[in-house]
Design a protein around this ligand. Sequence first.
Ligand SMILES: [Ca+2]
Ligand SMILES: [Ca+2]
Length: 402
Amino acid sequence: MMGVAVFALVLAACGQQETLSDVRTSSDVISPNSDGVDDSLTINYTIGTPATISVFIDDQAGQRYTLRDKQPRTPSGEPYSLVFDGTVQGTDPNILQQVLPDGSYTYTVEATPVDGGLTSTATGEIVVQDAADQPPSIEDLSVTEQFSPNEDADEDVAYFTYRLPVTATVTINFTDQSNTQIPFISELAEGPFAQSHIWDGSRPDGSLVSTGTYTYTITARDQIGNIVQRQGQIEVVSPGRSSAQVTFAQIAPVRVALGSEITMTVRVKNTGDVPIKTQGPPSGHLYSTDDIFSSIEDHKWDDKGGGFWRVALDWGGGHGYPFRWAMSPRPMEQWAKPGEWDYLQPGEEVEITGRVRIEQREDRMQFYIGLAHEGVGYPVNNVARTLVCVGIPNVEDRCPRN
Ligand SMILES: [Ca+2]
Ligand SMILES: [Ca+2]
């Protein structure tokens, strides 16, 4: 049913165009719940002289919500039409936009002639019912306060965890101290359950942010039109990328008897700008070809993910570098964390030896060296390929001489 407004001021002068006339709504009732029925209405008005218009919604307790604020309008025979979907600017700083709760409301249209005449005002009633006024609040929010994205396997990422009560579209941005915005999560539809995101300190182009304090803003918008946000601070400390190069690599000898050892000698240099974290076993450790790094010493040296580097040796392909050694020349008792891990500092170059006892009954084995950046990949791969002949008499002719 159409609603017709009451005019507080009616210009009676004959022949003069009324500043504001024909104020009416397309319906008396709105049910903003996205069910396709009465989800919005229009507030229509006609302007007869150049004017600025303001439109307000007042609830019964006197709280006023502004829909339009002193916007210029030119006179027109056609009515202006304002679509009202039941949402207004939130009264809480963390609620950017909210659906009005059920109840009776007064709407007001004010038109003030640009030439300074009297303001013309019209009011009417609308009823909000079956409103979906529950905002998509960001609950149980937990955000890492400080992290150091420098690939040393120590607090390298920041975690965002929260819970949404309803399905919502989520955006997360960071702003730095000069107010530059860094997008992180853009318009992601998320369901009503626990959510988590991991930030590694990089911008969308992959470059790392610099040291400093960043403000995060999480915005959640439901399909009805409720929009909430949460903000906080996150501190980035010592960001950097790790990198290392092999400067020398050798595998010897190239002819061995079954049951004897080969030795890998590798010089490796930290060519990045952050310390590299490395774990064992230590330089000099002896493997058997039946071993794998992850299972020796009761799994003590298993891949821990998250950025440890090691010198690695493989043979024949497809084994995923079963033999690995720490990139530290120091005995384990002298490591940064004694017996567990050590650092290779930026610019530091060290020599690592690794030993493997040949117990596979292969006559010829192709060994090669790499650097394993665990959880990331093999930044150095397949270097110093060396054919090692295992002393089985009938292949003597096909093997190189030492
Ligand atoms: Ca509806
Ligand atoms: Ca770190």
